[in-house]
Design a protein around this ligand. Structure first.
Ligand SMILES: [Zn+2]
Length: 233
């Protein structure tokens, strides 16, 4: 295998490793991103709290109604017990019983309103809970898929790194150094394919000196424009 072919294969190998490493990095970022799940959890928590608050209001209202009923019953029993004889006192007690009856009716209306609100919030809380479970399930499935993909990628990258190591060993040191010194400046592509007399990366057509040198196989020949090492297509 000529030096340039060996270098070109090394470049392909390194580009493959870099692409897989980039994908691993993207997977790591995706695994950390649980924004959708956290949003669903926050919505659910808010919905459950709203439901708990209206539940407490309903219970308070029921207690208040029970207390109003008790109060009215004891006022009525005093009224009908026949112990009170003063007309003024009787009238006051009658008015108190009526006031308590009006209060009970107002509280019943309020309880009805609270119960309707509770039904509404209960529905919302159930929906939020279902959405949260779904988001959690989706997140877990997605994470499992991503972790499996990452595992495969990591294994492949370590195999490729081992192959790269032996590929580098097989390349004469000066050629590898030239390749390596160009790599960073040429965005990991220090080798360019020559097609129809032109460098396929910068697009510049090469003069006959370059073409002749490539045809003769004179060591490493560089693109006269971008400086990359050229390989025939
Ligand atoms: Zn070029």
């Amino acid at each position: 295998m000529s030096e340039v072919v060996a270098l070109y294969r090394l470049q392909e190998l390194e580009l493959d490793i870099l692409a897989r490493a980039k994908r691993i990095k993207a997977i790591n970022a995706q695994l950390e991103d649980d924004a959708a799940l956290r949003e669903a959890e926050a919505d659910n928590e808010a919905a459950q709290l709203a439901l708990a608050a209206v539940d407490a209001s309903v219970r308070d209202m029921e207690l208040e109604i029970a207390a109003a009923v008790d109060k009215r019953q004891s006022a009525e029993s005093r009224l009908y017990a026949g112990e009170v004889t003063s007309p003024k006192e009787l009238q006051d007690m009658q008015m108190e019983v009526e006031a308590l009856a009006r209060r009970k009716s107002a509280l019943d209306d309020e309880l009805q309103r609270l119960n309707a609100e509770r039904d509404d919030l209960k529905g919302k809380a159930e929906d939020a809970d279902a959405r949260c479970s779904q988001a959690r399930e989706e997140h877990e499935t997605e994470s499992a898929d991503l972790l499996a993909e990452k595992q495969t990628l990591t294994e492949t990258v370590s195999e490729l790194l081992a192959r790269r190591k032996s590929a580098v060993k097989a390349i004469p040191q000066p050629a590898f150094q030239t390749y390596n010194s160009l790599r960073a400046a040429k965005s990991n592509r220090p080798i360019a394919v020559l097609r129809d007399k032109a460098c396929t990366i910068c697009g510049i057509e090469q003069n006959y000196i370059v073409i002749t040198a490539i045809n003769r196989g004179d060591g490493l020949v560089h693109c006269q424009n971008c400086g990359r090492i050229l390989i025939r297509a």
